[in-house]
Write a protein that binds this ligand. Structure first.
Ligand SMILES: [Zn+2]
Length: 174
């Protein structure tokens, strides 16, 4: 069996997968959390904005994720490198084609497209664009484990929360 085949079959509950996750957690808890959410398909694509050591990149790949490093610029003209990862080549391509070698921007259009790629409910993204961090009905702990700010009375977030919580809790223990 080729290496790629084995990785494709790697189950999130296998000891091998848990080992990679554990090593990633040593680099950064949030990175490991994003990797697990993305590997399970809860987030179609994730972005890591901080610098990433080669070991981190390799671990993501060993977990069965496709990775790409994308160059962006900030207001001052300084270049930064983002790491994106996904199980799906099309998402990597869409991100790269839209944002590769572009300045970082926070326009409504960008936020909507990022929300789509990152698996955020559109209602929450639209509400956040109009009124960032508006009070919602989540507990502090529920909001803390999400990467989007939930809209008030959200119909989608309550369905996502158990999956986020399961992964967060298992990572907290490993
Ligand atoms: Zn919502």
């Amino acid at each position: 069996m080729s290496k790629q085949c084995r990785e494709g079959d790697l189950r999130p509950d296998s000891p091998e997968f848990q080992g990679y996750l554990h090593s990633l957690k040593k680099i950064d808890f949030e990175l490991a959390y994003l990797a697990a959410l993305t590997r399970e398909g809860i987030k179609p694509l994730s972005r890591w904005e901080k610098p990433l050591v080669d070991e981190g990149l390799e671990l993501l790949q060993q977990m069965g994720l496709l990775t790409k490093q994308v160059r962006r610029t900030v207001k001052t003209g300084k270049e930064i490198v983002e790491t994106i990862f996904s199980r799906t080549p099309a998402y990597i391509q869409m991100y790269e084609q839209t944002f590769g070698n572009t300045p970082i921007d926070k326009s409504a259009r960008t936020q909507r497209f990022e929300g789509f790629l990152f698996g955020y409910p559109p209602c929450c993204v639209n509400h956040y664009i109009r009124k960032p961090y508006a009070p919602n009905n989540l507990t502090e702990q529920e909001q803390k484990i999400l990467f989007h700010w939930a809209c008030r009375d959200c119909k989608i977030t309550p369905a996502l929360l158990p999956a986020y919580k399961r992964i967060y809790d298992s990572l907290d223990r490993c």
